[in-house]
Each structure stands twice: as C-alpha cells, then as structure tokens.
Design a protein around this ligand. Structure first.
Ligand SMILES: [Zn+2]
Length: 179
C-alpha cells in the first residue's frame, strides 16, 4: 500500500481544491482561440403577484389592477472565479426574498399617487416606484436592488448586473440594460 491510487500523480485526493486545476480567475482574458474576448452571464428569475396603476396615463391603466409579474436579472462577468459568475444560491435567495417581502401581494404606486397615503393608512403593503410603476421603471428599480445585493455576495471580479427583463403580461415586457 505504498501508493494510494492517484495521489502520487497529484490527482485530487478528496480534500481541498483540486490541485491540478488552475483557478479560472487567473486565466487571462478568457479568449476563444483566435477570437474576441468573451463574457459569461447567469440569470435568475422570479414571479410576483402585484397591483399597480398609472394614473398619469388616460385609459385602463388608471385603475388599480393586478398582474402576474415576472422578472429575470442577468449578471455578467468578464471572467469566472472558481468556475462561477456568482453563486446562484445566495443571489437567488436574496433577490427572491426582497421581491417577496416588498412586492408580492402588495401594490406598486408612484410617490405622487394620492392613493399612497390612503392605502398606507389602511396597512396595505405598498412600494413606491420612482416616477410611476411602469414596467420600464419596475425593471430599473429591480436593477438597483439586484446591484446592491450583488455587492454583498461572493462573485467573479468585474461582475455586474447587465440586464433586467420584466414582464407584466404575456405580451408586455420591458428590458433594462446596463449603460
Ligand atoms: Zn398594468
């Protein structure tokens, strides 16, 4: 039993990081052979049932009404760290928790909406979206939230929230993309 299987060649012995692997973060540029540099993206999605209204727009959106919203947040990194852009678990739970706590089964209104005071008085779960709660503004708001959460999570160097897509109905959606 002088040679345990594999250990004499430096093959992973079951403890700690695999010694034969070069950390991805050390790989320069992640370039396709002969091609341009590439980047890596991951996306997490969540849905929420939330009311809103757009009283500044004449038409049916003036009335308080609800949608089954769906949001997808994408994070991009120029190179991977430990094979990842970001660890899915913590990022997904942080994003989903925030949406569940602040939006799900609540109401999104613009700060100037006179319903804000009334609904708060009655204990309604309410989130004020800068401007008005259009699908475009909801996407921008979620981009800000996701960026704050990403800052607290282990992630690849240079990773950032690159896009947020929000759908309010099966046929209406808006995308926010990083400038
Ligand atoms: Zn609507």
């Amino acid at each position: 039993m002088r040679h345990l299987r594999g250990t004499s060649r430096g093959v992973h012995a079951g403890r700690g990081p695999r010694p034969h692997r070069v950390p991805d973060s050390a790989a320069p540029g992640r370039v396709h052979r002969g091609g341009p540099p590439v980047s890596h993206c991951i996306s997490v999605a969540h849905s929420f049932e939330t009311a809103h209204r757009l009283p500044h727009l004449p038409g049916k959106c003036e009335s308080l009404h609800g949608h089954s919203w769906w949001a997808e947040v994408t994070v991009t990194a120029p190179r991977l760290a430990a094979g990842m852009v970001v660890e899915f678990g913590p990022f997904k739970s942080a994003l989903r928790r925030w949406i569940d706590d602040h939006l799900d089964h609540g109401v999104m209104l613009g700060p100037d909406d006179p319903l804000v005071g009334v609904l708060r008085q009655h204990g309604t779960k309410l989130y004020e979206v800068t401007g008005w709660p259009t699908v475009e503004n909801v996407a921008a708001m979620l981009a800000e939230v996701a960026a704050e959460q990403l800052a607290d999570i282990v992630r690849a160097p240079g990773s950032f929230v690159s896009s947020v897509v929000v759908r309010e109905t099966a046929v209406n959606r808006a995308a926010w993309t990083a400038p």
